[in-house]
Structure formats: C-alpha cells, structure tokens
Design a protein around this ligand. Sequence first.
Ligand code: TGC
Ligand code: FAD
Length: 390
Amino acid sequence: TDLFQSPDYYLLDELLTEEQRMVRESIRNYVKKEISPIIEEYAQRAEFPRQIVQQLGDIGCFGPTIPTQYGGGGMDYISYGLMMQELERGDSGVRSTASVQGSLVMFPIYAYGSEEQRQKYLPKLASGEWLGCFGLTEPDHGSNPAGMVTTIKDAGDHLVLNGAKMWISNAPFAQVAVVWAKNEAGEIQGLIVERGMEGFTTPTTHGKWSLRASATGELVFDHVKVPKENIFPTIKGLKGPLGCLSKARYGIAWGALGAAMDCYDTALRYSKERVQFDRRIGGFQLQQKKLAEMITEITKAQLLVWRLGVLMNEGRATPAQISMAKRNSCEIAANIARDARQLLGGMGITGEYSIMRHMMNLESVITYEGTHDIHLLITGMDVTGLNAFK
Ligand code: TGC
Ligand code: FAD
C-alpha cells in the first residue's frame, strides 16, 4: 500500500483545485500511516478500531461540508468526495464510520435540528468526542422504509419510543443515535436518542463476512423516554431521512472508487512482478484485458463523480443523479475487486493483499444506502416517469 499510485488516466487532477488536491493528499497520508498498517488485523478479528473515531475528527473527516461555526469543515463537495475516496481506499468500514457521522448524523442535526440541538451535538460529533449512528432500517423494512413500525408517542412532558432498528453502523459504540419513527398520526419524524436513556440498548451484530472492521448493531427501544427537545422540530415524512441518504450516497459514489483504485493498483503492480511460463503475467493478453477494463471503468466513473460534485456544489444535483453514481461506482468496484483477486491467483485470497477484504466489504456497500436494484429502479422511474415501486 505504501506504493499506492492514484490512477489518473485522463489527467483529471487538472480539474481539481489546489485545496482539493491538498485535502486528498492529507487524507491519503493519514490512511497510509494509521489505517493500512492495522486494518487487516482488525478485519480478521472482526474488531472496530475505536481509535479512528478521534483520529477522523482530528483530520476533519466528520462533517466536512458542515459550516465551521458548528465545528464542520466548511468545504465543498468535491473535497468531501476525495476524502471518502481516500478513506475507502483504506477500508470501506472506515469510510462508513465517516459517512454515517457526517452525512447521516451531523447533516440532519444541522439541516433539520433546532439551534440548541446544533450547539449541543455538532461540535462534539465533529471533533470525534462523540460517535453517532443513524437508525432507519428495521427487521421487516429495509428497502421500503416507509413501512416502518417504530413509534413515537406523546406522553405529555416527554416522548415514548418503541420499536427496533437493524443493521445499524456504529450502533454498538455510539453515544448518539438519530432515529426515524412514526408519530401517532403515522408521520415519519426524526429524533436524537442518547446512550444511557432507560430502555435503550444496542446489541452487536456478529458473524459478518463483510465490513468486519466496522461495528454493526441493532437499536432496541423499550418504552424509551425521550425529552421533547430531542425531536427535529420541522421535518416530517420520508424526505427527512432520504435527504440525509442523498449526502451519504454521494460520498459512497466517491468512496467505492477508492476501493476500486486500490484493487487496480495492487493488481497492476502484481502483474508486472509475478512470473509464470517465464513471462510476467502482465504480458498475457487475458490479464491485460482485466487491467485495461479496470482502468477504463475507473476513468469513466471518476468523470461521473467529478461532474456530480460540481452539480452538488451548485445545488443542482438530483437524487436520481446521485443514485446513478452510487450504483455505478459500487458495480464497477465489485467487478474490479473480483477480477483483481483472480489476477493475484492464490495470493489474492490472503490478507497479505487488500483485495479480498475490499471484495467482501463491497458486498455491503452495494447493499446499504439503497440496494443495487433500488437505485436501478430510481433511474428507471426518473427516465420513464413510471413508478415500479407502487
Ligand atoms: P417516495 O414517495 O418516492 O418519496 C417520499 C418523499 O421523499 C422525497 N425523496 C427524497 N428527498 C430527498 N432526497 C432523496 N433522495 C429523495 N427521494 C425521495 C420524495 O420527493 C417524497 O417527498 P414528498 O414531499 O412528496 O413526501 O418514497 P417511497 O416510499 O416510494 O420510497 C422510495 C424508495 C424505495 C426509493 C426509497 O424508500 C429508498 O431509497 N429505499 C432504500 C432505503 C435505503 O436507502 N435505506 C438506507 C438505510 S441507511 C444505510 O444504509 C446506512 S449505511 C451507512 C454506512 O455504513 O455507510
Ligand atoms: P430487502 O429490502 O429485504 O431486499 C432484499 C432483496 O430484494 C434485495 O436484493 C433488494 O434489491 C430486493 N428488492 C427489494 N425491493 C424490491 C423492489 N421493489 N423491486 C425489486 N427488488 C426489490 N441501515 C440503517 O438505517 N443505518 C445504517 O447505519 C445501516 N448500516 C448498514 C450496514 C451494513 C453492513 C449493512 C449490510 C446494512 C446497513 N443498513 C443500515 C441497512 C441497509 O440500508 C439495508 O440492508 C438495505 O437498505 C436493504 O434492506 P434489506 O437488507 O432489508 O433488504
């Protein structure tokens, strides 16, 4: 990994500002120093490297687009994308931690929260003092969150929360959870639940073969009393959580490319060193086909996410455009990981190289934040005007 070379076949660096290149460089150096040397061992042990929470806060990876007055980075969306790319080059689980904290916890508190909520939570989340999680998915409602059955009841001077969320990244270690539930009128609302509230537990999900260095768990609410000041005052309906997902999916579109780049770079270098039949395997046409297709797909995807970043900066990106980029990056990254793994032969299945870990991680990335199928159907709906969900 020390030798990682960022593929830039179409001289796309020229499209980046000096500041964006510096941001990328600093996160790349962090990953090289603090993530790459340790991540394989944590993944093998299925352990979350807790030290990264403080570190990611220190280097500005939590809420980079949130204004600086709340502890955010006040940066543009291409810088944010490049950060996610570099983190995921290290490991999808590390990028997940940053995506959840920045886009799914800090963003809703910033966009939908009261001024008191912003002041209370955002600086501590930005610095990494607190870790947050985002509870939307339920055991019986994944792709269709509108069907959720977790409820909020008004009990006079406080609210009572009942239900359960499943597959929640960061849940086992989070101090704060942004939770989506239905009020008595059946409307979806968001509220902030804190660890320590009576009746709130976060059991860990064990046995994952993917995102092993990320902690996943449930959120269980058994008559949890939540102060009324913890509810988001204005936002109602599924557009609340979906608005957060738009930011996170955008980050994943860049992030998955980071994993793809790492696989490509590893395979390319291996192909020039490994000798079989007295020739370097990179000289065989079959291996060149794999490598040529990898760099072609990476280059196309780089252009897509860069343009999407420009549209994000201008406030013009549509949710359907974000879906297309998220889906495309996940698909090409998963295919590249698989081809790269084969190019390495037996070595490709070991932890000596990062490829198999990326390949397994990408199975989660292609599923969470909307599955591959769901994003295709969003594109289908956008171009035909016909809704395949209903
Ligand atoms: P639908 O009727 O289409 O929409 C409801 C309302 O939401 C609006 N909307 C959006 N708003 C902002 N951003 C978006 N991306 C939006 N998409 C839709 C929409 O305009 C409407 O507004 P209004 O004012 O009319 O009420 O909703 P639907 O029930 O038909 O569902 C559509 C569907 C299937 C596309 C949606 O539910 C969906 O995206 N499903 C996938 C679920 C998902 O992505 N879950 C992710 C859980 S979080 C997670 O995985 C975190 S992993 C993090 C990590 O570790 O990195
Ligand atoms: P289902 O919705 O049951 O889908 C099963 C299959 O059916 C899929 O192939 C799907 O594409 C297909 N399908 C569903 N509906 C349709 C349709 N209309 N047409 C065609 N095919 C369809 N959620 C959170 O809220 N917060 C988190 O932090 C979080 N972190 C996660 C971390 C990990 C490691 C994982 C694996 C998941 C995480 N999730 C999180 C949940 C994730 O968002 C869901 O797994 C995802 O949205 C899919 O839901 P599901 O697993 O219930 O699958």
